[in-house]
Design a protein around this ligand. Structure first.
Ligand SMILES: NC(=O)C1=CN([C@@H]2O[C@H](COP(=O)(O)OP(=O)(O)OC[C@H]3O[C@@H](n4cnc5c(N)ncnc54)[C@H](OP(=O)(O)O)[C@@H]3O)[C@@H](O)[C@H]2O)C=CC1
Ligand SMILES: N[C@@H](CC=O)C(=O)O
Length: 430
């Protein structure tokens, strides 16, 4: 190495732009930390004629990936294009050429992480992906290094900035879903297809990565039980507020007796839990370790500079490894067998909202049905709904997912119940 490291940057959108800006403005600090001057020497884009938010010399821009992958002077490839293909192929080709890779691509890591990590290790290359989870919050290195001396049993997080932004604005300002989604897109928080944010897929991929690193179990994104926020209504949010809850899209990964559960779903969080106060684009990851107890990590979960700084922290690690000649040794592979919990092993409290006939004895009949399914009631709220009907909000004690699913099926068929409006998990009070 000659004190200069050349970077090939794949993608010049929100995150790529931030990387170019930070490499330029933090050049001196990067040099002092790595003993190397870092230069973004080529940039791959789709549309070379697009107007860019940052100045880059036109000679650096290319639409041909081979200009980066087969450039012998480029030692590190940063992939911030997104999507599975062609990103996967380009990264595998880069490893074949002995290049180290930094990526922010959780879709790719959650689907093909094992394949890519094994190829990197085989070729003696680094593959780091700190920015793929929780944007600017340095949670992955914290899990792998900071918790290496502990056994993690629970990870709970708000890991999608777009949906947290949407739910915060809906909840605090009463704004409609579509308007706030558009704002999140304009701010560069949302994915190219915001369905993956809104339907929880982006968070599911991040939870798969967190569970894999935290529990040393190879969790795939389709092992994650996933539900998004598109059905959450203003009424649900307001009823939750009356009961002391805040609506959040929560990812939960838990390990009990060597079985794991991983889920993402809209969840009512008790206002007393610190995660209830994580608002706007901010993310937070709560980690419970058997030895350390409760910890929480908080910061911006998306956006240009927060995400770029996470990418650059990986770049610094790669360049330090190049100087020490130890690339390809830091990767962590799962060493526990994957055993997923069945629905009768997954326990939580639930908020259930029903429209019922407003007549005497209704609540008793419903609680009887709950008891028959081993569910007990913690809280109840009843409001008139007009036309001889009432709105009934039930909050259960901790119960199994299997019992709740059975109860919801029976309650839909119960003649005193007009409509099952919603059902959400409740967290944070235990
Ligand atoms: N935005 C955020 O806050 C965060 C994003 N991420 C992840 O970072 C990655 C990038 O996200 P973001 O910057 O928002 O994405 P953008 O859509 O803003 O940018 C994507 C960039 O990649 C280029 N590109 C896309 N496909 C190709 C292709 N096939 N060949 C060449 N160039 C291509 C585009 O080119 P062109 O400009 O010419 O269209 C564009 O410059 C994604 O994996 C995302 O999930 C992670 C954390 C936060
Ligand atoms: N779309 C994602 C971007 C960061 O990963 C989000 O909103 O969190």
């Amino acid at each position: 190495m000659n004190g200069k490291v050349k970077i090939g940057l794949m993608g010049l959108g929100t995150v790529g732009t931030g990387i170019v800006r930070l490499v330029e403005s933090f050049q001196e600090d990067l040099y002092k930390q790595t003993d190397s001057s870092i230069e973004v020497s080529k940039i791959l884009v789709q549309n070379p004629d697009k107007e860019r938010d940052v100045f880059v010399h036109p000679d650096k821009i290319t639409t041909n990936p081979d200009d980066l992958i087969y450039d012998e002077e480029i030692e590190v490839l940063i992939e911030v294009m997104g999507g599975i293909e062609p990103a996967r192929t380009y990264i595998l080709q880069a490893f074949e050429q002995g290049k180290h890779v930094v990526t922010a691509n959780k879709d790719l890591l959650a689907a093909h992480g094992d394949e890519l990590l094994r190829k990197a290790a085989e070729k003696g290359c680094d593959l780091f992906y700190e920015a793929s989870v929780a944007g600017g919050v340095p949670i992955l290195r914290t899990l792998v290094q900071g918790f290496s001396s502990d056994r993690i049993t629970k990870i709970m997080g708000i890991v999608n900035g777009t949906t947290n932004y949407i739910l915060t604005k809906m909840s605090q300002e009463g704004l409609p879903f579509e308007q706030v989604l558009q704002e999140a897109q304009d701010l560069g928080y949302a994915e190219a297809d915001p369905t993956s944010d809104v339907e929880g897929l982006d968070a599911a991929r991040k939870m798969a990565i967190l569970a894999t690193l935290g529990f040393h179990v190879g969790v795939q994104w389709d092992d994650v039980s996933c539900r998004g926020i598109s059905e959450v209504t203003q009424e649900d949010i307001q009823y939750g507020k009356q009961l002391g809850y805040t609506m959040k899209l929560i990812g939960i990964a838990k390990r009990d007796d060597d079985c794991v559960e991983v889920s993402v779903e809209p969840t009512f969080v008790e206002n007393s839990h610190p995660i209830a106060n994580v608002n706007d684009v901010f993310n937070a990851v709560y980690v419970y370790g058997e030895a350390v107890g409760e910890t929480m990590f908080y910061g911006p979960g998306a956006g240009e500079l927060p995400t770029a700084t996470a990418v650059l922290s990986d770049l610094v690690a790669v360049v330090k490894n190049i100087r020490l000649g130890i690339n390809g040794r830091e990767m962590s592979f799962p060493y526990h067998e994957k055993r997923l919990k069945s629905p009768d092993q997954v326990f939580a409290k639930y908020f259930i909202r029903l429209i019922v006939q407003d007549e005497s004895g209704v609540l008793a009949k419903i609680t009887q049905l709950m008891a028959e399914n081993e569910i007990s009631l913690e809280k109840v709220l009843q409001e008139p709904h007009g036309k001889g009907e009432a709105e009934l909000i039930l909050v259960t004690h901790s119960t199994s997912k299997a019992s709740i699913e059975k109860f919801l099926q029976l309650v839909r068929e119960f003649n005193i119940v007009k409509e099952l409006k919603s059902c959400y998990r409740v967290e944070g009070g235990e």
